[in-house]
Design a protein around this ligand. Structure first.
Ligand SMILES: Cc1cc2nc3c(=O)[nH]c(=O)nc-3n(C[C@H](O)[C@H](O)[C@H](O)COP(=O)(O)OP(=O)(O)OC[C@H]3O[C@@H](n4cnc5c(N)ncnc54)[C@H](O)[C@@H]3O)c2cc1C
Length: 465
């Protein structure tokens, strides 16, 4: 068997969590031999055919360049960096709030060093307070958080700068998948598609794309895991002017609503003013997402955001991932990918077809298949989403217009979570699990912070602290 060598620390996954683990280790202890193994391409070679050649169909590349490669799933995001512990992860389950906020600010300062903007949108202004009040009057709850919008193009440049910095400090290996994690007398043995790697410390940061694989590895290694939730919904697209009075103030509004009919929570997620709706390939299934550029020349006239309903299962079913995938597969079966429907058609019980879509005042930014989302989403989800749209219409009149577009489905998978210490170490010594793949984060800020936590713990152990 080919050997890729022996290292002090092995990092699985080159998303923001793995990157920050590598960055912090190289800074705290430059003499440590660290290897980061990534299944996808390096940042300069990542390219999705849909984006590069503006093709409609996903050709299901062996490794999806949107989800995999240096920068992970966040590389083509527009980098909305949230300064909060209220959403974007569950690090509060492990560390005190102040410590997490310090880490989030620390990561931001590193990002700024690599070219991130210093402009922050705050919810602490008088206008934001007025918005919060107006929302409350309509039973909508605006979550408070400062947010930075790095912008799709800048986010990528920052990652390129980090890559250039890191490439001489730690070993970066691309197009190499870790296939198996084994315990060894002196640490861990990783079987990879490029050969074996031995390491004393192991940091697993496989992201959502590696979550199923990682959960199988945890089972095999005897690590207990807890199942998380799955969030299912649609992406809404409407004229930017409808939400302008909100997005100009808080940029991204996180609004939560409890529906009257079922008592379910529905929330807005990932709001993209003047943005674009995009497809996302999750293990061959096409789901929907969105982003926006910070360069005004690249902006669209629409704003998009997700409306998500959370599902947690108790007994006997415990595979939320499969449930989400099953629903996404229905839209793929009916539309060959993502479906789009006008809100008015949905309420009327009519399918949106090419003709009806061509008459829409809202011009879609994604070339999706016109169809009928009520044939895809369970009735309960559909009712919840419709009720939420009418609630939003009260604070952003025009949301419930006939031509508001709904794309489906948007699914947010959360990985199963192994038991972890406050340093994010599993029950196996010197084996850490971080980021979205460990089920403890679901956003850039907390994912990066989790990498710093693991790195500091390892550096401390090496130093004998
Ligand atoms: C389109 C889109 C837009 C988003 N926008 C935002 C946003 O604006 N703000 C925000 O906070 N969050 C956003 N997110 C979420 C954010 O990107 C994630 O929370 C973040 O990327 C998680 O980082 P991670 O390092 O844990 O995992 P990932 O970024 O998923 O990285 C994991 C990496 O591990 C690699 N990997 C997996 N398994 C293996 C294996 N066995 N061997 C080798 N390598 C492996 C994968 O190839 C991948 O590159 C967005 C996500 C998407 C998809």
């Amino acid at each position: 068997m080919v050997s890729l060598g022996e290292y002090d620390v092995g990092i699985i996954g080159g998303g923001i969590a793995g990157i920050y683990a590598g960055y912090e280790l190289s800074k705290l202890n430059p003499s440590l031999k660290v290897i980061l193994i990534e299944q996808g391409e390096n940042i300069h070679r990542r390219s999705c055919p849909i984006v590069a050649h503006k093709t409609k169909e996903c050709i299901s590349c062996a490794s999806c360049a949107i989800m995999r490669g240096f920068g992970g799933a966040g590389a083509y995001s527009d980098g909305k960096y949230n300064f909060t512990t209220e959403f974007g992860g569950w690090l509060r389950d492990y560390l005190p709030e102040e410590e997490i906020m310090e880490l989030i600010h620390y990561v931001d300062s590193v990002n700024v060093g690599f070219g991130a903007t210093e402009v922050v949108y705050s919810t602490q202004s008088a206008e934001a307070t007025a918005l919060e009040k107006r929302a409350l009057e309509n039973d909508l709850h605006l979550l408070q958080a400062k947010v930075k919008h790095l912008g799709t193009e800048n986010n990528l440049n920052i990652l390129k700068n980090i890559y250039e910095y890191l490439k001489d400090k730690i070993t970066l290996v691309f197009n190499t998948a870790v296939t198996e994690i084994k315990t060894a007398s002196d640490g861990y043995l990783l079987e990879t598609s490029g050969g074996q790697v031995r390491c004393r410390y192991l940091v697993a940061a496989p992201g959502r794309s590696g979550a199923e694989w990682f959960s199988a590895q945890c089972n095999k290694l005897g690590l207990d895991i807890i199942n998380n939730q799955v969030d299912i919904g649609v992406r809404v697209e409407l004229p930017a002017k409808v939400f302008q009075h909100i997005t100009d103030v808080v940029y991204e509004s996180k609004l939560v609503y409890r529906t009257k009919q079922y008592g379910d929570m529905v929330r807005t997620f990932c709001m993209n003013p003047y943005g674009h709706v995009v497809t996302e390939n999750v293990d061959g299934l096409m789901t929907v997402n969105g982003h926006s550029y910070s360069n005004p020349a690249l902006r669209s006239e629409n704003t998009n955001f997700a409306l998500l309903v959370s599902n947690r299962f108790t007994v006997p079913f415990k595979e939320p991932y499969k449930y989400g995938k099953h629903i996404a597969s229905l839209s793929n079966m009916l539309g060959g990918g993502v479906l789009v429907q006008r809100f008015g058609d949905l309420v009327k019980g009519a399918r949106t077809n090419e003709h009806r879509l061509s008459q829409s005042f809202v011009k879609p930014t994604l070339n999706a298949t016109p169809g009928d989302l009520s044939l895809v989403l369970p009735k309960r989800h559909m009712d919840n989403i419709i009720e939420m749209i009418y609630a939003l219409d009260k604070i952003a009149p025009g949301t419930a217009n006939y031509d508001t577009l709904l794309y489906g489905v948007e699914v947010k998978f959360y990985s199963s979570r192994p038991q972890l210490t406050p340093s994010l170490e599993t029950n196996l010594p010197n084996f850490y699990a971080i980021g979205d793949g460990a089920g403890i984060t679901r956003g850039l800020a907390q994912a990066a912070a989790s990498g710093v936590i693991a790195a500091r713990s390892i550096a401390g152990k090496v130093k004998g602290v």
